[in-house]
Design a protein around this ligand. Sequence first.
Ligand SMILES: [Zn+2]
Length: 465
Amino acid sequence: MKSVLIQKGTILTASEEYKGDILIRDGKIEKIGLALDDRADTVIDAEGKFIFPGGVDQHTHFNFTFGDSTCVGWESSDAAVVSGTTTVIDFANQKVGWTIKDSVDSYEEEKVKGKACCDYGFHGVVFDPSEALFEEIQRLPEYGIPTIKLFMAYKGHPYHCDDDSVLKALQASVEPGVTIMVHAENAEMIDVLQKQTVAKGITAPIGHAISRPPEVEAEAVQRAAYLAKLAGAPIYIVHVTAKEAMEIIRNEYGKGTGIFGETCTHYLTTTMDRLDQPNFEGAKYVCSPALRTQDHLDALWEAVRKGWLNAVSSDHVGFNWAVHKHAGIDSFINIPNGAPGLENRIPVMWTEGVAKGRITRQKFVELCCTNPARINGLYPQKGTIAIGSDGDLVIFDPDYRGVISNANSLHRVDFTPYEGREQIGRADTVLLRGEIVAEKGKYVGQAGSGTFVPGKPFGLSYELR
Ligand SMILES: [Zn+2]
């Protein structure tokens, strides 16, 4: 019977803020109260600190392969933990001819077990939208995989899915309550614009943003809304970046369409002019959809504040600049898409969101912890501080001041898109199921101690707004 008592902290949830003590026993929260006098194996003084639920990052791509490039994997998941993320839902690619279940199982066996430092779940990424897939969707909740993603973008890539696949997946999802996630960009429009941009002599990283304007995203989000309406299924739009796309989600939801969405840390905090830098520096900011101008960032903050977008993810991909990104030195079309961010999501959202007055502390918890747990069917085991929930807690020091630098990062990538930015606040102590796994930016847990957490279906039927 291992126990931890955390005293005198200020407890934050998505709806409340209060002073209290927390007792964790055998990995679960057993008591919450004022001046608890229970004996415990470990006692932590949290006076002057905030305590919020361990972060849930529902959008990462460990071990992702883009062309010939494969990026860093689960050995870097300690980077999530030190910053306050204790659960990661990773995108596991389907192997062509395989079921989602077998693809996920072999990925977990080969790449995740023995390495994971945080608890985890998976979204299946569809590579083979055959009749077998639409049948398998019925069974996915039994395996604890209640979400799959389809790429509407990336014409010519093996994971691109046409509308017929998205529609059939949505239709198949109604009964079992599987959540269909889509990367919404119009693949045909991008293909034309990329070729025209290169033909004009623009091959540097800025060409990436020029060839993926807001219209390509908005068009696909509107189409996704119609596909969802036609199927009578809810749909989830990953990484919303454009004001126009966000407005479609807001307006469609207002009309009763079951359309939900997230944005990502970098889309809230980083503008597209970063792509326009000399010496191929801009390649560090190549991700899809593309970064936008400040007016879009302002609109996204309003959207998360008002609940039009429901979560903030990292879309973490650990491509190295010196090796992987340089595949596109001659043309932006060949730059692998994606940037690291799982280590930065919590601190950057606190710094730019809470400390700068853009969102409340409750909204921060909702966006970074509670709603991602709900969407993926992990709530209330994960994503909140309540009796019976897992003892995944972040004891957060709001007085910490620092500067983000890659030299001080754990993520095993050769750059961070947040280099040189100020950081306000830091995870002082992080607990995973009652075990102290990080202290003051250092990982002190056991690699491989992370466990699979099966998700329940119907994640989008919760009241997310
Ligand atoms: Zn992604």
